[in-house]
Design a protein around this ligand. Structure first.
Ligand SMILES: [Mg+2]
Length: 302
């Protein structure tokens, strides 16, 4: 891969980016310039690595899509409004010409769908394919929703169904950006996180940041029906697979009743437990209360 290829790629990136009223200087200078305005910025970054988050035999359009989608999910977890992204690619030495184009096509289509301006990029060469996307956005409504606002008595709710993401949805999931903004308009969201690693991990983050505990009703957790069965239970898949990218959030009991009765999102809202004063994460399974094992998907290194 010669440097000319990099300039081609950035030029093709620039061609597909439309003029955007939020962007003063886009691709083509040493840095992009965004109009600041009086609002705060949300900033998040996610890096997808070959053989960790995807393999080379997967469609590169879907890998590109996922690289932006995971960032959109993080912005959604703050009930934010995505604005602009920069994209860094490490291309494998043996990459063919189509790889970067396909990646960008998938990423660009999702950017268009969520009105995200791609304002810069960089390419490099490495042993394996790496895609890193940094996404900026604005808080909406009552401001950013953090992980730390759950209080005892709150009801814990989740959107959609969980589990079995590796059967395909980890590449095609819809980021819950609009759903989160709608929730933020309708109710006072005390705390929220997106389920990137699974309840078995992400619920512990809510507990740690909020300084409270949780009691989950295992039977209430909404689970995708598996298209393929293995020796793990559906509940284990729902709690520990990760990459569902659904929203896990805490609201008052009254607001939870309203949301679950009215179902205003077009995707299901399910109450699965409540916040308690006692620290720790517990669940009831077949009438027995026990500590939920801390699991979920954790990136490990030697
Ligand atoms: Mg997150």
């Amino acid at each position: 891969l010669v440097s000319g290829h990099e300039f081609d790629w950035i030029a093709s990136l620039a061609r597909r980016v439309a003029r955007d009223s939020r962007v003063s200087v886009g691709i083509g200078d040493d840095a992009a310039v965004l109009f600041g305005g009086p609002r705060d910025w949300l900033v998040t970054v996610d890096m997808l690595l070959e053989d960790v988050h995807f393999t080379r035999d997967m469609p590169m359009t879907l890998v590109g899509r996922k690289a932006l989608a995971v960032n959109l999910s993080d912005i959604s977890a703050m009930a934010g409004d995505p604005v602009a992204a920069v994209v860094a690619l490490a291309l494998p030495r043996d990459a063919n010409d189509r790889l970067a184009d396909d990646l960008m096509a998938g990423l660009g289509d999702l950017a268009d769908e969520f009105h995200v301006a791609i304002v810069g990029g960089d390419t490099n060469v490495a042993d394996k394919l790496t895609v890193s996307v940094t996404l900026l956005g604005h808080p909406t409504g009552r401001g950013p929703v953090g992980r730390g606002g759950a209080r005892p008595g709150d009801v814990l709710c989740v959107t959609g169904q969980l589990g079995y993401s590796l059967l395909g949805r980890h590449l095609t999931f819809p980021p819950r950006v609009h759903e989160a903004q709608r929730l933020h308009q309708l109710v006072d969201l005390h705390a929220m996180i997106d389920l990137s690693d699974g309840i078995g991990s992400d619920l512990f983050h809510l507990a740690d940041r909020s300084g409270c505990g949780f009691l989950v009703d295992a039977a209430a957790i909404p689970i995708h029906s598996p298209t393929r069965k293995d020796d793990r239970s559906p509940l284990d898949h729902a709690v520990n697979d990760g990459e569902d990218f659904e929203l896990l959030f805490c609201v008052s009991a009254e607001d939870a009743d309203r949301l679950t009765a009215e179902q205003p999102l077009g995707t299901a809202i399910t109450a699965i437990g409540r916040a308690v004063a006692e620290p720790g994460v517990f669940w009831t399974k077949e009438g027995t209360r026990e500590a939920m094992p801390r699991g979920g998907f954790v990136h490990r290194w030697a």
